[in-house]
Unconditional design. Structure first.
Length: 86
C-alpha cells in the first residue's frame, strides 16, 4: 500500500505519509501537526481528519497515550454571528 496516495485530510490534501513523517520527526500532538500541515483547518474543520490523525498519534505514542475526545463543531460558524469589537 502506497502511503503517499492515502489521503487523510481531503480539504488540505494531506497524505498518510505526511502525517507519519511529522510523527517520526517528533511531533506529539494533533495541534503541532495542524500547524505544520494545515490539516483540520479546511472546510470541514477537522470533522473528517482529526480522529484519523489523533488515532495515528495514539498508535505511535510510546507513553500509552489514548485518543482525545475533542468534538469539532457540528456546523461551521459564519463570522456574521460573532460579536463586533467595541
Amino acid at each position: 500500500m502506497d502511503k503517499s496516495k492515502i489521503i487523510v485530510c481531503r480539504c488540505e490534501d494531506v497524505t498518510l505519509e505526511d502525517v507519519e513523517r511529522c510523527i517520526e520527526a517528533g511531533m506529539t500532538s494533533a495541534d503541532e501537526i495542524k500547524r505544520y500541515l494545515k490539516c483540520t483547518m479546511g472546510t470541514c474543520q477537522g470533522r473528517g481528519c482529526f480522529s484519523i490523525i489523533d488515532a495515528l498519534l495514539a498508535k505511535k505514542a510510546k507513553d500509552g497515550r489514548k485518543p482525545s475526545s475533542i468534538r469539532p463543531p457540528l456546523i461551521p460558524l459564519d463570522i456574521k454571528y460573532l460579536p463586533e469589537d467595541e
